[in-house]
Design a binder for this molecule. Structure first.
Ligand SMILES: Cc1cc2nc3c(=O)[nH]c(=O)nc-3n(C[C@H](O)[C@H](O)[C@H](O)COP(=O)(O)OP(=O)(O)OC[C@H]3O[C@@H](n4cnc5c(N)ncnc54)[C@H](O)[C@@H]3O)c2cc1C
Length: 519
């Protein structure tokens, strides 16, 4: 993947997609597969917005059953199943435990009913995806770090997990391979209109400083919460924070209910760490600097500690990240009660606006956008993304494993955990990462001892994955900046290591390190 701003200058496209999060990536990929001439531009790095700050779940959304959002849940469950099959490296099953305590807001009977409905709405999911019930001893055995006092038992059910930023990256790569021109660090400054219709955009190269114009027969705005500026009162912004804590030693997640306000939150294993999230509070602050506040951290720690045998202390928090949801405006009091459903709006100037939605169902929503675009262009081409194998999908055996790649990783000296994550991170392209180790076995070593990222992985991402800035590499290609406590000298050491690949001199290294320390 190479970034090239000059491919845009003065060009005419069938479709210009503004915003390179999950919605923009799916729209561009879908439209390119249907044969349209497509440009996708993103003002920052790919997935720099909400699409790298999610809970990383590909899920139906069990909690939406409480608000009777059955249509939303069914649609997301169908997409979950499709993604598990089309992208087994990118989307993998994750089981969730739901404990039932004497004072739980929902009792065993209500949970059982909800989980039966969830399984029913999933249709015919693969083996091992149905819910199960446990008595207290067996539930404690699965989650030994939970308080046993008052525990009556619990359930487990299945959903799925991903690496959200890499999901977007793989789709952008798919769009590029299908002919789309995809350029990061390229901001849409304003639209060009003729006779009341949008016909193009003035763009700025935020990596080089150049400006240009592009022309397009159709324009889609997938700028997520930035669109809220344009949409005024029609969007409601809410902030969601996650904390990163040490691993709990289990590969299953938990769905819990905060004792303070009855809200659902998750405790999720990810790259060997634990994510706790999310909060859901109305947001009116600076769109460019969304971060966890002290009260968000206190809320999540208290909510989790109410369930834990050994409480986490503030100093145990390794990192945090925050994202904004752009929801369709509603005046329901609690942000978490506002619908997560997605909506397409077409403005009088013809621009298509994607509002709200989920990472899980973005493909289906993008297909609706591209259907509308094709209808306007008079193009008769149906969606080709449903069930399509992902661009980096590796070969699998009958048990859903990737034995060839995992064996190659072992032979290269990559430890088992690192090897398994390498396949999830790169799919078939893991072969290329492993090849680089053949010439230099020291590249198989982990960057941080308790995180599954090798130096070979770091250098491969720097070389092949359209990295412009150091934080693209250390936050979204490998999420080291949120999963590890890297001090300035460690960040500088990593910057020096990738500098030859990225063409950075000492001044540039200093600038890049500064961006990571003071974002
Ligand atoms: C805390 C939280 C947890 C979530 N968890 C989940 C989950 O587990 N599973 C799930 O399915 N969904 C989840 N969601 C929802 C999901 O993350 C979002 O629906 C989705 O990421 C929105 O994607 P998007 O492409 O619309 O927006 P974004 O990802 O925000 O992308 C918009 C992009 O547009 C770019 N942009 C803005 N202005 C311009 C401009 N002028 N020119 C060029 N580019 C521009 C931005 O830089 C940005 O990258 C969660 C949301 C939040 C907030």
């Amino acid at each position: 993947m190479k970034r090239d701003f000059t491919q845009l200058d003065g060009q005419s496209f069938d479709l210009l997609v503004c915003g390179g999060g999950i919605y923009g990536a799916w729209v561009a990929y879908d439209a390119a597969l249907r044969g349209l001439k497509v440009a996708l531009v993103e003002q920052g790095d790919w997935a720099a917005g909400t699409s790298s700050a999610s809970s990383k779940l590909i899920h139906g959304g069990l909690r939406y059953l409480e608000t009777y959002d059955f249509r939303l849940v069914k649609k997301a469950l169908a997409e979950r199943q499709m993604l598990l099959e089309a992208a087994p490296h990118r989307v993998w099953p994750l089981r969730f435990g739901v404990p039932v305590y004497r004072d739980s807001r929902l009792g065993a009977f209500q949970l059982k009913a909800g989980l039966m409905l969830y399984d029913f709405l999933a249709g015919k999911p693969g083996a091992g995806m149905s819910h199960r019930r446990y008595d207290s001893a067996h539930f404690s055995g699965r989650f030994p770090f939970l308080k046993a006092d008052g525990l009556k038992g619990g359930f487990t059910y299945a959903d799925a997990q991903t690496d959200d930023a890499r999901l977007v990256l793989e789709l952008v790569d798919g769009a590029t391979s299908s002919g789309a021109v995809c350029v990061s660090y390229c901001r849409v400054d304003r639209l060009i209109e003729e006779g009341g219709k949008a016909t193009g955009a003035a763009l700025q190269d935020l990596a080089g400083g150049a400006e240009c114009r592009v022309y397009a027969r159709q324009i889609v705005n997938t700028t997520g919460y930035w669109m809220a500026r344009e949409q005024g009162g029609r969007c409601r912004l809410t902030k969601g924070v996650h904390l990163v804590l040490p691993g709990c030693g289990v590969n299953e997640a938990l769905l819990l209910t905060a004792k303070a306000d009855g809200r659902v939150f998750f405790v999720i294993p990810w790259y060997g760490r634990t994510l706790i999230g999310t909060t859901d509070t109305d947001y009116r602050g600076d769109l460019e600097h969304v971060a966890a506040a002290a009260e968000d951290i206190a809320y999540l720690l208290t909510a989790a500690n109410d369930y834990l045998d050994t409480a986490w202390r503030p100093e145990d928090v390794i990192g945090s990240f925050a994202g904004l949801r752009a929801l369709k405006y509603s005046d329901v009091a609690a942000p978490s009660a506002a619908s997560r459903d997605w909506e397409l709006e077409i403005a009088p100037n013809g621009v298509h606006y994607s509002i709200g939605g989920k990472i899980t169902s973005a493909r289906e929503d993008a297909a609706s956008i591209v259907n509308s675009i094709c209808a306007r262009l008079g193009v008769n081409a149906s969606c080709r993304t449903r069930g399509r194998a992902f661009p980096w999908k590796p070969e699998q055996d009958d048990h859903g494993s990737f034995p060839v790649l995992e064996e190659q990783a072992r032979q290269s000296g990559v430890d088992q955990e690192c090897g398994a994550w390498l396949v999830r991170r790169h799919g078939q392209r893991a072969q290329e990462v492993l090849r680089s180790i053949a010439g230099n076995p020291r590249l198989a070593i982990r960057i941080v001892p308790d995180l599954p990222f090798s130096y070979a992985d770091l250098l491969y991402c720097a070389r092949e994955e359209a990295v412009v800035h150091l934080d693209d590499l250390l936050r979204r290609r490998l999420p080291l900046l949120i999963l590890a406590r890297l001090d300035e000298s460690e960040i500088r050491r990593l910057a020096r290591m990738v500098a030859p690949v990225l063409g950075w001199d000492e001044t540039a290294i200093g600038r890049e390190v500064e961006r990571c320390i003071r974002p």
